[in-house]
Ligand binder design. Structure first.
Ligand code: MN
Length: 134
């Protein structure tokens, strides 16, 4: 349905650009349509390598980073964005990992916040708004 690295909407160019790095098509569809309805612009990555590359090329205002992705995972992508690219773009980790301590690993890697899966869209939107305003 969606191809990666394709801007999904041609909405107001001044609205915040969000990079969604996620490998699950159902999650992409759910989150993308919700955020587009709220007026955000979106760019998609389906693995960590794409997420790092698109962060550098498209300079998004915020990144939603799934942790479990094929190839380079979200934790490694966050580390590269912080330490290799030296970017402080706000990052929200999306994690299905249930164990306590996994959220800490996301934050330690450089994420600013995390939202656990299954993703509650209202919580996600509030987290995004918070980070964009700070
Ligand atoms: Mn995943």
């Amino acid at each position: 349905m969606f191809t990666s690295a394709t801007p999904l909407s041609s909405s107001d160019p001044t609205s915040p650009l969000i990079l969604l790095a996620e490998d699950n098509k159902a999650n992409i569809a759910t989150i993308a349509s919700y955020l587009q309805a709220r007026g955000y612009r979106l760019v998609l990555a389906c693995n960590g390598e794409e997420a790092v590359a698109l962060t550098c090329s498209d300079n998004p205002d915020l990144i939603l980073m799934d942790i479990q992705m094929p190839g380079m995972d979200g934790l490694e992508a966050i580390k590269q964005i912080r330490h290799t690219c030296k970017l402080s773009t706000p990052i929200v980790a999306l994690t299905a990992l249930a164990m306590k301590g996994d959220s800490d690993r996301c934050l330690k890697a450089g994420a600013d916040a995390y939202v656990s899966k299954p993703t509650k869209l209202k919580q996600l939107a509030a987290t995004i708004q918070n980070l964009l305003q700070s």
